[in-house]
Structure formats: structure tokens, C-alpha cells
Write a protein that binds this ligand. Sequence first.
Ligand SMILES: [Zn+2]
Length: 244
Amino acid sequence: MNHEVALTFDVERDCPPFAETTLGMERGLPWIMDVLEDAGVKGTFLFTAKIAERFPELARRAAKKHELGCHGLEHERFDKLSVDEGRDRLRAALEILRRFGRVTSFRAPNFQLPDRLYPVLSELGITVDSTKAVHKGWKGGITWIGGVLEVPASTTSIVTRMPWSLQVRFHRRFSSRPLVVYMFHPWEFVRMPRRLRPDCWFGTGENARKNLQRLLKFHLERDARFVTLRDVYEEHSDKAFNEF
Ligand SMILES: [Zn+2]
């Protein structure tokens, strides 16, 4: 079976909480969507509800042509909230995002989602979470947590901003596995100012754009199937991968 590739994008203001700008949505996201749509590929765009309210056309386009998911109300740290506070934030976020279309996937900001909130996600109609991350030490593969299918991120967006000659070995390894989940942010595709901390500007702008195009070409040439997180749920929720 060909390997599957999920391209996921956390749609938030630029490098939170270090910048106040929204260049990622103004210049990055329309470019990303154009590139994916031209290649016939669907992505998963996990919006904070506040950004969806500010950029409704982009949220609508994500829901219509890709998958629209949730990345919190305003990029809050869910590990610092009680269950009730977390539920209130999630309910408010989903109420806003679902005005644009169906929302069943979630990733918590900063890769921080305590186990106590998984049943709350399930209760609110979220079927897939992608907060766990292999680069943060997750070794559980794809699995069920609190009634939600956990589909972990395979790698950090720092990797996809490295020089192509260095990152390509990661992609070779990923393409021998059943599924790879990449994660990006729209602001990475706009040159970020150097006054921010290095992980906010390193490899951003033209470099990230070229690398995304190379990444698409790399997997398309290897006959990958591009999937959304919802596709993963619909096709694989009856099993869990052992190797990821
Ligand atoms: Zn985020």
C-alpha cells in the first residue's frame, strides 16, 4: 500500500506569543492553499476561532476545499485550564468555527493537551486529535485516548525549514511508513523579522515556500496518498498502527 501523507497547518497569529502580526493569513495562507489546490492535494487547517473570525474567507475556503479544524479559541494553553474552563473555551471556539463548516479535528496550542480534556473533546464532537508529537517524545503511535483518535504529528516544522539536502533523509524515512503527519504554520511562509527569537524566523519566507513545493513533489513522485485528519479517522478508526 502506498504511504499516506497528512499536511496540517496550525492557523494562528504570527509565531504566538512572540509577534502580534497576522502576515501568515494575509500572505502565507492564500499562497499555501493555491499551491495545494493546484496539486490536487487537500490539507487540514486547524484555525484558532479568533483568526477564523478575522479571516472568514480563509476559514470558508478551508472548510470547502480542504478540512477545517480547531486550534483553540485564541491560542490558549489548555494544560493551564481546569476541565470546566477548557470545556468553555472549546465550546466557544467550536461554536464560531462551525459557522464555516464541519469541524471534527483538533490540535492544542504548544502541543499541550492534558488527558483530562480528551473526553471533553469527544463530548463536543471532536473525533481526531493531533496534539501528541513524535518529536516531543510520544511513542504511542495512533491510538485512542478518552474516546478520541490520537493521530500524532510526526515531526516539527523546524525540520521542514531546514535546508532540503538535510531534511530529505527524514522524508525518505517517513515514506517507508504507513502515514506521516507534517505540521506547519502560515507565518512560516512569510519572512519573519529577525528581532523575534530564532525559531520564529529561521528558514521562513521563500525558503519555506520552496521546501513545501519540494515536499509535495517528493511524495507525489512516490505515489503517496494525501489525506486529511478526517480521512484518517474515516478510514482507519477501526485499527491503530503499531509503527508510526
Ligand atoms: Zn499554535
